[in-house]
Design a binder for this molecule. Structure first.
Ligand code: 3NM
Length: 212
């Protein structure tokens, strides 16, 4: 599991196909990709998840679905990302077994008292680092200080990712603050060239990780 550049799917430019965008991002270095389809029906989520997983499998991408245990169960090998108001990570682990990737969003420091959730999670995500127009209804932003505080508080063996307002201009600061990888939506999905955008982001993240 390579979490350095983690793409969460979002709106793509008119005329682009979402699955093509995910494939281009994967080829450019987004080694983990989460399918997040707000407003889609359960059947549509399963159908798109199967399609994305099939396209990404030859590239070796780790594939995760957002907050939909049925879609994760329906697609062989798919992981699941949940937030604190969603299915509990321990319940997700029980349903999915030991080998699937499970991620959990951190909105509140008190979540770190939940040892069962931590034990069930393969990574945690600082949610959000900065406010973002992509998801206006987030909880209060952590900022870079929040990333530092969480990195100090989260067990060192648990990868800490960060999401919200991250692009090539500020990705290095998030890594410098202690994140082990970045999650982005618009920096890749809204880019005219998702492949080039992923290559550029990976270059920034890899350089910042190398310097730590
Ligand atoms: N989740 P962008 S922020 C999908 O805070 C999502 O949990 C968030 O989009 C959270 O990279 C977010 O375009 C959107 O800022 C991030």
């Amino acid at each position: 599991m390579d979490l350095r550049l983690y793409l969460v799917s979002g709106d793509v430019p008119l005329g682009s196909d979402l699955i093509d965008v995910l494939e281009q991002a994967a080829l450019g270095g987004a080694a983990t990709i989460q399918l997040r389809l707000k407003g889609a029906s359960p059947a549509e989520r399963v159908r798109r998840a199967a399609e994305a997983a099939e396209r990404l499998a030859p590239i070796g991408t780790t594939f995760v679905v957002n907050d939909d245990i049925d879609a994760a169960l329906a697609v062989e090998g798919a992981g699941l990302h949940v937030g604190p108001d969603d299915l509990h990570p321990a319940a997700a682990r029980e349903a999915l077994g030991p080998d699937r990737v499970i991620g959990w969003s951190l909105h509140d420091l008190a979540q770190l008292d939940d040892a069962e959730a931590l034990a069930a999670s393969d990574y945690l995500a600082v949610s959000p680092v900065w406010p973002t127009p992509t998801k206006p209804d987030t909880t209060a932003p952590w900022g870079l200080d929040g990333v530092r505080r969480l990195r100090d508080a989260v067990p060192p063996e648990v990868p800490l990712l960060a999401i919200g307002g991250i692009d090539a201009t500020n990705a290095a600061s998030v890594i410098d603050a202690g994140a082990d990888g970045i999650c982005v939506v618009s920096a890749i999905c809204a880019a005219p060239d998702p492949y080039g955008a992923a290559i550029g982001l990976r270059r920034v993240v890899d350089a910042a990780l190398d310097e730590r």
